[in-house]
Design a protein around this ligand. Structure first.
Ligand code: FCB
Length: 441
């Protein structure tokens, strides 16, 4: 692996609902993912996060694993319903205690905590009142951010407001494949504005409480037109607008891409909102998995495009194309597009699912994951050499975990989890990454 700049931050990522389990413990409220996963037919095999990796009880062992790996940071998410069971008002101290202990244990081992305030597990009570279609949810999120920062802000310096708002909007509110399972298609657009407003309010709340570094994490993809026809080029630009620009333009430039400008006419955008949303961030989180090839599909209304396969490349267990150079292409493209408005970047997720076949001794030879990480780290290094200011890289994920609608069928971990026994077995990729990091000068 090439040598990365001094002080480059290495980390691993997880998210609360995907690993914690203990959904009824210590006063935790119900989240939309509890409701969704318990609705028949919504997840693979009816899997739920009720137990997940039982991280709520096994967190100390998991923190030890992070220390063994030799990374300097851990990105985890805070479950809003543990902190405020109904998403508003009364604070559940026991829920906050859990993250308090986690933060202390990380710091004791020299690992920087990087909490994400929202990784899709909205309190069900807020969803019942309209969820992200309601402006009030954004206001509640600002309050919640303040509550968490009041408790952890003396030890946490680096914060992420939202995880992948485009995926939450598209999968949760437009297509209904994720919680809350709504199929509103284009009518889901107000969800974008309310998530962005929530981000802006949280940036302000965190800053007022002394946060050193605040960012949003967006899922971004290089968009490749399927052909060179004018129609395909337009289709690619439309897709790029939805997937990349909808949540980047407002935070970096204070404006919506043209297709979303109707939000203002519809009365969704209030005076002052765009200034709040564009409050300068100290960094930007980018999650990268693969590029997207798009072609024009005039009959596919209301979306005039469709996604087509990328041929001739390896695929992950999920079927996602493996294109390491896409990471360099994406980062260089963002730098060119946003120029001086682009803050330093952290790659806050990157990784792949593999079909793991443990040996008799439980060992997992996940060569595909090693190849994936090696290729993407080389590509990331090229972006840095090309002048993109990247400050850190986080592998998704520390542990195999509950992969949303795919349940436990997709394994993304550097560490295997046996869901019957909750035994953790570091895979070969874990040993590979540990060795590669030890060699960094
Ligand atoms: C990202 C999510 C993360 C995980 C990975 C595989 O979109 O942020 O929770 O599901 O994909």
């Amino acid at each position: 692996m090439p040598n990365f700049p001094p002080n480059f931050l290495w980390g691993v990522s997880t998210a609360a609902y995907q690993i914690e389990g203990a959904v009824h413990e210590d006063g935790r409220g119900v989240s939309i993912w509890d409701t969704f996963s318990h609705t028949p037919g919504r997840t693979h095999d009816g899997d739920t996060g009720d137990e997940a990796c039982d991280h709520y009880h096994r967190w100390e062992r998991d923190v030890d694993l992070i220390a063994e790996l030799g990374v300097g940071a851990y990105r985890f998410s805070i479950a809003w319903p543990r902190v405020q069971p109904t998403g508003a008002g009364a604070v559940n101290d026991k829920g906050l205690d859990f993250y308090d202990r986690l933060v202390d244990a990380l710091l004791e081992r020299g690992i920087a905590p990087v909490p994400t305030l929202f990784h899709w597990d909205l309190p069900q009570a807020l969803e019942d009142a309209g969820g992200w279609l309601s402006r009030d949810t954004a206001l509640r999120f600002g309050d919640y951010a303040a509550v968490v920062a009041d408790r952890l802000g003396d030890r946490v310096g680096r914060w992420i407001t939202l995880n992948e708002p485009i995926v939450h909007l598209a999968e949760g509110y437009a297509f209904g494949r994720h919680a809350p399972g709504r199929e509103l298609m284009m009518d889901a657009l107000p969800v974008a504005h309310h998530q962005l407003l929530a981000h802006g309010l949280a940036v302000r709340a965190l800053r007022e409480r002394g946060a050193a570094e605040v960012m949003i994490t967006n899922n971004c993809t290089p968009v490749w037109p399927a052909g060179d026809s004018e129609d395909d080029l337009v289709a690619a630009a439309v897709y790029d607008g939805f997937h990349n620009r909808l949540f980047l333009d407002p935070v970096l430039t204070g404006e919506y891409p043209p297709f979303a400008s109707g939000l203002a006419d519809a009365g969704i955008v209030h005076d002052g909102d765009m200034d709040l949303i564009a409050t300068p961030m100290d960094a930007l989180g980018i999650n990268y998995y693969n590029p997207t090839r798009v072609r024009a599909a005039p009959d596919a209304a209301p979306l005039p495009f469709e996604i087509v396969e990328i041929d001739g490349v390896p695929r992950t267990a999920f079927g996602w194309p493996v294109v390491p150079d896409g990471l360099r292409e994406l980062l260089v493209g963002l730098r060119d597009r946003y120029a001086g408005a682009l803050p330093p970047i952290y790659v806050t997720e990157n990784g792949c699912s593999t079909v793991d076949s443990p040996e008799a001794d439980g060992r997992v030879h996940d060569v595909e994951r090693i190849d994936y990480l090696d290729g993407h780290l080389r590509s990331l290094h090229e972006a840095i050499v090309a002048g993109v200011d990247v400050r850190g890289y986080f592998v998704w994920s520390l542990l195999d975990n509950f992969e949303w609608a795919e349940g436990y069928s997709q394994r993304f971990g550097l560490v295997r989890v046996d869901y019957d026994t909750q035994r953790r077995v570091p895979k070969d990729s874990f040993a590979w990454l540990r060795a590669a990091l030890a060699e960094q000068k």
